[in-house]
Design a protein around this ligand. Structure first.
Ligand SMILES: Nc1nc2c(ncn2[C@@H]2O[C@@H]3COP(=O)(O)O[C@H]4[C@@H](O)[C@H](n5cnc6c(=O)[nH]c(N)nc65)O[C@@H]4COP(=O)(O)O[C@H]3[C@H]2O)c(=O)[nH]1
Length: 733
């Protein structure tokens, strides 16, 4: 009873300590065995306890010895026979304790012959250190004296546990890389930039490296024992996690992007791979999660995606995104039986802004225009920039077409408000074309094409307006392309000619000049009015070579008439707004005058009021430069624009040309009569000459004379004539 009690006490005291030794993380089997020997020698008061481990060459090496003769025994390798007659082989093969009455003498006597007789013959009991599958060594204890004999059970239990633990460690080590590699693996684990988490099968974290703490914000102490569920964000639903675990169970791993939460609550994306670690029986032992924080990559990816679908200058959606949204809008409208409106917006004469102020300022203006347009749209309307000065809009959820018209009017009005930048103020306008789903097309391509066609029609009809697409406009678009091609060849093919219309002094009645008016003699068609092709030539830039041809032709003709002995005559040339904004215009004019040896005062440049007033500051500079060349200058179509008198005073011009629309109605519309009278008196005050064009009747002529108009031009006095006929006319006057 006493022995049983003592044994129980011993068991309670010794077993946990032995377990502690066995579970302490260490790969050194001999040292664990040594600690066990020491513990048993001390607790059971034995003079000799030793432990031997089986070597690869099948010897038993006494790696651990406790007791007085430790030094003499430790390290000895015992050779033993394979059959059960050898007690060591018996213990190992049968996995049973073996009692040695004659102690060490019974095993490999030669190995211990140097020891004192008392030790050599100390009775011993050998216990196998074994698992079910294999034996890794032997634990030997001085034979228990009788009173402690019952401790044999305890020693057997210990040897069994030790055998199991050492066996497991042995098989682990035999599958592991050598210690140097183990150290390297540990270094990789600790210093890896990837977060590495090892959990048990319940998901409790057993180990986490520094990167995990850095990424999640939890300290290592906080992490151990925690379930990675703590990192869950609300970005994924339960099905996502169910699917994740389904994959780990069936495919042993899951890889993918996941949004997790840091300790501070911040949700971030990570690239995570979770693998299940299984034992040789395929049973899951652990889970290993390896992840990297991809928030920076995600941000860069987002940025790239944004750039791919947005315009760099205005940050508005670009063509790709616009088409994508339009397709969506069409699908939605199809479902809800609704309409979609598409606007194609082109700024009128935007090129002048770039040409005049430079591209940087031009870009600034575009940004301001984009902001303005955005401000007059609803939140779910899409505004995109699809090219230089081209914008497109998708409108949804409107009741009728008049709502769409109102939206377009709002846009037109806000574009017409002055744009201020640095010390400048510019006035712009736009032309808008609109098409509707399903009326004008059931797909994005057709709707865009038709809105574009409608926009060209708006330009053709005088700009600054909205035109809805109509089926006949298709023809207009193809006509336009055809016309553009024909115009391109017209200069080269010599299809242009100039007609000259005389201008007279109203008081003396003398011929004082002429205006050169362009005609296009289209093969097979005949003469085409400039009104039919000048706007297109302006738009496409074709006006530049055409304008150059006109100036050259005027000079050639003047020289020819002079050569014929005719009196020199002032000839007025119409200058397009595009030509006027050309930076080396004054140089070109001087060159051509020099080339033909003509006096500059015999050339007059007519600039329309709207072109002159468009960029007044620049106009002023250009006009002064032109004036330096000695040519005359006049403002054409005066009265139709919005001249600022303040600027007008500063323009170095010689005459104002009153637009023929006022002259036509002088005798019918009192307002026009009053306006013409006012223009004449204002010009007089400003010391400018006034010429009235489109004079067709004697009444108009009398009115102009009565109000002091200086010069006149019109069918009443003479129609425009081809050069040859005009030469003949000149010869007569
Ligand atoms: N009803 C009526 N019309 C009269 C009368 N007297 C003259 N006209 C017409 O009025 C227009 C006057 O030219 P504009 O105002 O400069 O208006 C010109 C001018 O703006 C432009 N244009 C003509 N030639 C050129 C050119 O070489 N370059 C440029 N950029 N534009 C040109 O085309 C416009 C139209 O030219 P045209 O068809 O030749 O038309 C001419 C002329 O034929 C009249 O008594 N009654």
């Amino acid at each position: 009873m006493q022995n049983t009690l003592r044994l129980r006490l011993l068991k309670n005291a010794v077993l946990p300590e032995i377990h502690q030794i066995l579970l302490t993380p260490s790969a050194d089997e001999a040292s664990k065995l040594q600690q066990i020997c020491d513990k048993l020698a001390h607790s059971l008061s034995r003079e000799l306890v030793w432990g031997g481990l089986l070597t690869q060459s099948n010897q038993l090496q006494l790696t651990s010895v406790s007791g007085k003769y430790k030094k003499n025994i430790q390290g000895i390798k015992l050779q033993f026979a394979k059959n059960d007659a050898d007690p060591i082989a018996h213990c190992i093969n049968r996995q049973q304790p073996v009692y040695l009455n004659d102690g060490l003498k019974e095993i490999c006597e030669r190995s211990f012959s140097h020891l004192p007789e008392a030790i050599q013959s100390l009775p011993l009991k050998l216990y196998p250190l074994s698992t079910d599958q294999q034996c890794v060594g032997i634990l030997a204890l001085e034979n228990p004296i009788l009173e402690y004999d019952s401790a044999a059970d305890l020693v057997q239990l210990i040897s069994h546990h030790a055998g199991f633990a050492l066996g497991a460690l042995h098989s682990f080590l035999s599958h592991q890389p050598p210690p140097q590699e183990l150290k390297l693996a540990a270094a990789v684990f600790n210093h890896s930039l990837e977060g590495i988490i090892i959990t048990d099968t319940d998901g409790a974290i057993l180990a986490a490296n520094d990167a995990v703490s850095r990424i999640t914000g939890y300290s290592k102490a906080e992490l151990v024992g925690k379930n990675p569920r703590a990192f869950k964000s609300d970005r994924h639903d339960e099905e996502f996690y169910r699917d994740l675990w389904r994959q780990i169970t069936t495919k042993n791993e899951w890889k993918g992007e996941i949004w997790n939460q840091r300790k501070n609550g911040e949700v971030y994306p990570e690239w995570l791979s979770i693998s299940a670690v299984r034992d040789s029986q395929g049973k899951v032992q652990n889970y290993i999660g390896i992840f990297i924080d991809i928030s920076k990559q995600k941000a860069a990816e987002k940025q790239l995606l944004h750039q791919a679908y947005h315009d760099k200058l205005t940050d508005l959606p670009n063509r790709e995104l616009f088409l994508d949204r339009l397709n969506m809008a069409i699908l939605q409208a199809k479902r809800n039986l609704q309409e979609v409106a598409v606007f194609f917006i082109d700024l009128d004469h935007f090129k002048y802004i770039n040409d005049t102020f430079g591209h940087t300022q031009g870009d600034l203006v575009l940004q301001k225009i984009a902001l303005k347009m955005q401000s007059c749209l609803r939140q779910n309307d899409t505004l995109a920039r699809i090219g230089g000065d081209e914008f497109t809009i998708i409108l949804q959820d409107f009741d009728n077409h008049s709502d769409v018209r109102q939206a377009a009017d709002r846009i037109l009005r806000c574009i017409e408000e002055p744009v201020c930048f640095e010390n400048h103020e510019v006035y712009l306008s736009a032309s808008i074309g609109a098409s509707f789903y399903p009326e004008d097309g059931d797909n994005a391509t057709d709707l865009m094409k038709h809105a574009d066609t409608a926009m060209y029609s708006a330009k053709h009809n005088g700009r600054k307006q909205l035109n809805f697409f109509q089926s006949g406009m298709d023809g207009y678009a193809s006509q336009r392309i055809e016309m553009e091609n024909l115009l391109r060849n017209a200069v080269e093919n010599g299809e242009f000619e100039l007609h000259y219309q005389p201008q007279f002094d109203l008081h003396s009645g003398q011929l004082i000049g002429s205006e050169a008016l362009l005609r296009w003699r289209r093969p097979g068609i005949g003469l085409v009015s400039p009104l039919q092709f000048i706007p297109l030539a302006e738009e496409t830039g074709m006006i530049m070579p055409i304008g150059e041809w006109v100036l050259n032709e005027i000079c050639t003709q003047s020289r020819a008439w002079l050569k014929k002995g005719l009196k020199p005559l002032r000839i007025a040339a119409n200058l397009s707004a595009r030509q006027f904004s050309c930076t080396n215009l004054n140089h070109n004019i001087s060159t051509v005058l020099n080339e033909f040896n003509l006096e500059p005062e015999h050339l007059e440049l007519e600039l329309t009021e709207s072109a002159a007033m468009q960029h007044v500051e620049t106009s002023l500079k250009t006009m002064h430069a032109l004036k330096q060349t000695g040519v005359n200058m006049s403002i054409d179509d005066f009265g139709t624009g919005y001249s600022s008198l303040n600027y007008l005073k500063q323009f170095p011009i010689d005459r104002l040309k009153i637009d023929q629309s006022f002259i036509a109605d002088i005798d019918r519309t009192p307002n026009d009569a009053a306006l013409v009278a006012a223009i004449i008196s204002m010009a007089r005050c400003m010391d400018l000459k006034v010429i009235a064009e489109g004079v067709e009747t004697d009444e108009q002529l009398s009115f102009l004379r009565m109000h002091g108009c200086n010069e006149v031009q019109g069918y009443l006095m003479g129609r425009p004539l081809p050069a040859e006929q005009f030469g003949e006319y000149l010869a007569q006057v």
